[in-house]
Design a binder for this molecule. Structure first.
Ligand SMILES: NC(=O)c1ccc[n+]([C@@H]2O[C@H](COP(=O)([O-])OP(=O)(O)OC[C@H]3O[C@@H](n4cnc5c(N)ncnc54)[C@H](OP(=O)(O)O)[C@@H]3O)[C@@H](O)[C@H]2O)c1
Length: 244
């Protein structure tokens, strides 16, 4: 991919994970400076940074627990201080969890909501002021098909991802006049630590009209593309072939 924007910087949360790494590399290949965020797995964050550099980009590592509002504010402040021209934020960090509704423990429920929904709230709230101050920017939040249709054994996860729909649409309305775009992207099934044990077997893609899940690289390129659209906000982009 040719270099489209040498001066812009993106911060990717959950860049130590599978989808976040692919998104980081897609931006790097397009010449962006990439803020690589991790939580517990610093080593994986460092590996992503190595991939970023190998793809032709530059970047730096940022550690934070998105459940902690202060930690997120400090991460965003550091990124905005250090990065060349912060203009895009990819809110990708999240956790899974699989439990039937009647067996769902309170602790796991709270952990999933505190990470996927409240954690993303912390991220949006921290990044909007600097983007508004710069005259605009773009935020892509990574949602899930389960947030629209639910999924057996996924009550907490589905509820957290459904909450993101309202969060994204509200943020888009509140910040639109400040030229900050906020969109939700559904990456489809991807083989990562999060989907382990839950992802369907290779012959079980009957609900996908193409009969297959999307490639991670195409999903990452779609994030890169969506983040750069100037006239789109408050929308949902589904990357697989399930009918939404
Ligand atoms: N995989 C799929 O099939 C699929 C489908 C639909 C949507 N998604 C969504 O895609 C996103 C990325 O998932 P993935 O599949 O790439 O999972 P993954 O490989 O397990 O990566 C998850 C990432 O989230 C970070 N994270 C977890 N808890 C955190 C916390 N409290 N604070 C900050 N960061 C935290 C992890 O950081 P550390 O490892 O450094 O702790 C890791 O970088 C998630 O939002 C997920 O819901 C995934």
């Amino acid at each position: 991919m040719h270099q489209t924007n040498l001066k812009q910087a993106v911060l990717v949360t959950g860049a130590s994970g599978g989808i976040g790494r692919a998104i980081s590399v897609a931006f790097a290949a397009a010449g962006w400076s990439v803020g690589v965020h991790y939580h517990r797995n610093k080593e994986a964050g460092e590996e992503t940074l190595t991939h970023v550099v190998a793809a032709g980009g530059t970047g730096a590592l940022y550690g934070a627990d998105i459940q902690q509002s202060l930690a997120v504010q400090e991460m965003v402040a550091a990124f905005c201080r250090q990065a060349p021209a912060p203009s895009v934020f990819i809110c990708n960090a999240g956790i899974g969890g699989s439990q039937l509704l009647l067996r769902q423990g309170e602790d796991e429920w709270s952990e999933i909501l505190a990470t996927n929904l409240t954690g993303t709230f912390h991220c949006l709230r921290a990044m909007a002021p600097p983007l508004l101050a710069r005259g605009g920017g773009s935020i892509v939040v990574i949602g899930s098909h389960a947030g629209f249709h639910g999924a057996t054994g996924q009550a907490a996860y589905a509820a957290s991802k459904a909450g993101l729909i309202g969060l994204v649409q509200t943020a888009a309305q509140e910040w639109g006049m400040g030229n900050v775009r906020v969109n939700l992207l559904l990456p489809g099934w991807q083989k990562t630590g999060l989907s382990e044990g839950a992802m369907p077997e290779s012959d079980q893609w009957h609900d996908h009209v193409l009969g297959r899940p999307p490639s991670r690289e195409e999903v990452a390129r779609t994030v890169l593309y969506l983040a750069q659209l100037k006239d789109v906000s408050g929308q949902v982009w589904n990357c697989d072939s399930r009918i939404l």
